[in-house]
Structure formats: C-alpha cells, structure tokens
Design a protein around this ligand. Structure first.
Ligand SMILES: [Zn+2]
Ligand SMILES: [Zn+2]
Length: 453
C-alpha cells in the first residue's frame, strides 16, 4: 500500500490538464520515500504532455520518445521519482487490459532502470477519482492506498471498487455537513493517533463515530488508577490494560469493519515511526513536548498534516488558578510548524527525548517535569475542537484555522468559555525545526529510537 500526495498548486495543474479531457497524459515529479508497506510519493511538480506529442500507434497511444526522455532526465537531474498520469474520464477509472497493461509492462522496467533507487507509480484519472499502482525495482508492486491533496480542503481522491456504494444510513444525520464525498473521504483516510489517553480516547471515539475506518494507534502505557477519572475508553475493571488495547476495543465496538494497526511501542521506536510515515494525517494527543517535537519533525519531513491537541491547568500560586484551557494546533506541509507557533518547550522536549541516565542527571541538576492536572470535560472539549477542525477541513466548509485556543477562566475577558482562533500564525524565518521540511529519511528520526524505554 502506498500514498501519492500533493499540494494545491500541483493538483490544480494536473486537474487542468487531465480533468475533463480523456486520453491526456502527464507526469508528476515526486520526492519519494519508502515505508515498510510501500512507497510514499510527494509530488512537487506536474509536467503535462502536449496533445501533439501523443500519437495513436498500433498498441494504442504512444508518447514521443524524446518527450519521455526529457521527463526521465528531469527526474534523474532533480533526484526525483515519477508518477505517470493519464485520463479516461468517467467513473471507476482502471487500467485497460488491452492498451494500458501492455504499455505498463514495457514502460515500468524502463523507468525503474533509468531512475535507480526510485519507486514508480502509474495513475489513471476518472472524472472524480484517481486509481493507481506502484512499482519497485525488486518486482514489488501494489495498489495506491491513498491519493491525497492537502489544499484549502483535504481531498482524498483515490478510486476504490466501492466508489458508488451508497453511504450507510447510520450517517444520515451528518450528511448535511459532510455530503457523500466527504463521508467517503473520511472512511478512506488513514489516521495515526499518537497517545490514546486523556485527549486521545475522546479523539479516537469521535473519529470512529464520524466514519473514519483506518487507524494506526501508537500508545505504550497501561491505564492506571489515576487515568480512570478521564479515560473514556476505560471502565473500572480496565485498570492495568494498555490504553492502546482499550482504544482498539472502542473502535471495533463502534465499527467492527474498521482497520486498527495498534503499535504498542513508544513513539521513539522504529515500528511507530515507520507506521506513521505513510499515514494520511496524524492526530497528536500526547502529554509532553518531547513527543510533540518528534511528531513535528516527522510531519514536516514527510509532508503529513498534523493536528495537535494540548490541555492544561495553570496554577497562579496561593491555591489560585490562572488558566484552565488548551489549544488545537495544525501543522500543514507548507504552513508554520509547532516550534514556529511557540508550542514546543525545548527543555521539556530535551528531557523527554533523553535516555534514563540523561534524565537522572537532569533531575539531579534540579529539572523537574510536572504532570499537568487533567479533567475529563476539559479534555473532551478541546478534543472535540480538534475533531471539528479536521471535519471542517475534509468538508471544505471554510479555511482551516491552524490555531484555536480554549480558555475557561480568563479573568481579563468577559466571564465565559472562550474558543478562539488565533490569527496571524505564520512560519518564522530561520525556524530551526522548519529545516526538517521535505527532508524525508534525511531527517534521521531514527536517532530518537530507544531513548525512552
Ligand atoms: Zn488508459
Ligand atoms: Zn517552524
């Protein structure tokens, strides 16, 4: 299984050329990476093939050889892989047996040879959906699981055999918000939920009710007695059971057909980092900035949209409280990162991403990480705000708000609960974390593996 993704500019260019025109051709130039379940293609540019460079030959349509060479050479020069695209129009686009399959059998080995170490993918475009397959030099091949556009609306355009199945009636009451297309997209997004505790248990439950059906969950800790005041996936008898198991049980109870890949390992493990590389989006429900730092770098490196939630209660001294609130922050492939937003405490991140020995040294020097107080209603509200923002993005109702603050007791403003978008959140020039953008495996996230046992 594999993913092809792109931003709005590349999507618009491809759409303009291929959209309403059957039998047109083009190529994406893509940054690529390999996850254990298949390649990742992050399209950076679209090269349309002019109609005058395509001829109808004996075996169907053929592209001029010198035009093909030019595209392949650009891939070599830029160190990028190729994703071919041609359009059939209509519904349920698939490769034709008589023309496309023989064409692929000839062309795929040629490209894999010409662009060594690069995976290749081929796509066929219908009126509203795109089907594709990927190929590796060793002979591995498969169907593209996801074709994702991270523009003003999150579009999942992958075509599957059930494209035209009716939406189950259980979603009737939410279709006025999502429409059939949005509902179908929700069901096809693979979402990585990191942290299945106080906020994650809410987010997972709501995402499942909304219709999401493909989860990668990362959670290492068992539910202990002090979690049972807020873990909505747990009952009293569940003390000691891993939170990830409780999350999977909840998902399966609501939606037995859902796919759940439970990674019962720390985020700082090869298994977790590999499984998250190829998800469509990440929901971060973690309780420390060490995990946030890693998710921020992962999201930037592999161009993964990342929704992060935080809640907290700030004491003001003397038994008084200064703030009860939280925030939802969204890191998009071309937007500000969590560090740009001032949402990563570097000292805390360093502590949580240190080895036990290093942590002992930090403690001896007086560094004391505090466990933030946590309340179910606060977690529920801020997690709901995250899921709402995600649902708004999928349904395209309005532009995404990349930062939303929640405050329950702010004494400066009028008494009341405030859920407020923050404006003017932009990428900070020279942000050290933003240098991970687009690096893919060059981000070397494996340096975090094993730091937390
Ligand atoms: Zn075709
Ligand atoms: Zn940044």
């Amino acid at each position: 299984m594999a993913i092809v993704k792109m931003g709005e500019r590349v999507w618009d260019a491809a759409r303009a050329h291929l959209g309403a025109h059957p039998e047109r051709f083009g190529f994406f130039l893509a940054d690529t990476a390999l996850a254990s379940d298949g390649p990742i293609f992050i399209a950076q540019d679209f090269v349309p093939i002019a109609d005058t460079d395509v001829h109808h030959g004996a075996g169907g349509y053929e592209i001029d050889l010198d035009v093909l060479l030019r595209v392949v050479n650009r891939g070599v020069r830029e160190g990028r892989g190729l994703v071919e695209a041609h359009s059939h129009g209509g519904a349920l686009p698939r490769f034709s047996r008589t023309v496309d399959r023989p064409g692929l059998a000839e062309f795929v080995p040629y490209v894999l040879d010409s662009l060594p170490r690069q995976p290749y993918a081929a796509t066929v475009w219908g009126a509203d959906a795109v089907y594709g397959e990927w190929f590796l030099a060793g002979g591995d091949t498969g169907v593209l699981r996801s074709i994702l556009i991270t523009g003003p609306q999150l579009l999942q355009v992958v075509s599957r055999d059930d494209d035209h199945e009716p939406i189950p009636t259980r979603f009737d009451r939410q279709l006025p918000w999502f429409s059939d297309d949005g509902q179908r997209a929700l069901g096809r997004l693979r979402v990585g939920v990191v942290g299945n505790g106080g906020t994650g248990s809410h987010a997972i439950t709501q995402c499942t009710y909304l219709g999401m059906r493909d989860f990668v969950t990362v959670e290492f800790d068992p539910a202990d007695d002090t979690n049972l005041n807020r873990l909505v996936t747990a009952a009293a008898a569940d003390e000691g059971t891993p939170k990830g198991v409780l999350a999977r049980r909840t998902i399966k109870a609501i939606a037995p057909d859902a796919r759940v890949e439970l990674i019962a390992r720390p985020l700082q493990s090869g298994e977790a980092l590999d499984a998250l590389k190829s998800v469509d989006l990440i929901i971060g429900c973690v309780d420390n900035d060490g995990a946030r730092l890693i998710l921020n770098e992962l999201a930037l490196a592999y161009g993964i949209p990342y929704f992060d939630v935080a809640s907290g209660i700030e004491p003001a001294g003397g038994g008084r409280l200064e703030s009860i609130g939280g925030r939802v922050a969204v890191v998009l492939p071309d937007g500000p990162c969590l560090h740009c937003m001032g949402e990563i405490d570097t000292a805390e991140a360093r502590f949580y991403n240190a080895t036990p020995d290093q942590q002992a040294v930090a403690r001896a020097r007086g560094y004391a990480p505090v466990k933030a107080p946590a309340v179910v209603s606060l977690n529920g509200l801020i997690s709901s705000a995250l899921v709402n923002e995600l649902a708004i993005w999928v349904s395209g109702l309005r532009p995404l708000s990349v930062f939303t603050e929640l405050e329950l007791i702010d004494p400066v403003r009028k008494p009341g609960q405030w859920l407020t978008p923050r404006s003017g959140v932009v990428a900070v020039p020279d942000c050290i974390e933003c240098t991970y953008r687009g690096l893919r495996d060059g981000a070397s996230l494996e340096r975090y593996v094993g730091v937390r046992s």
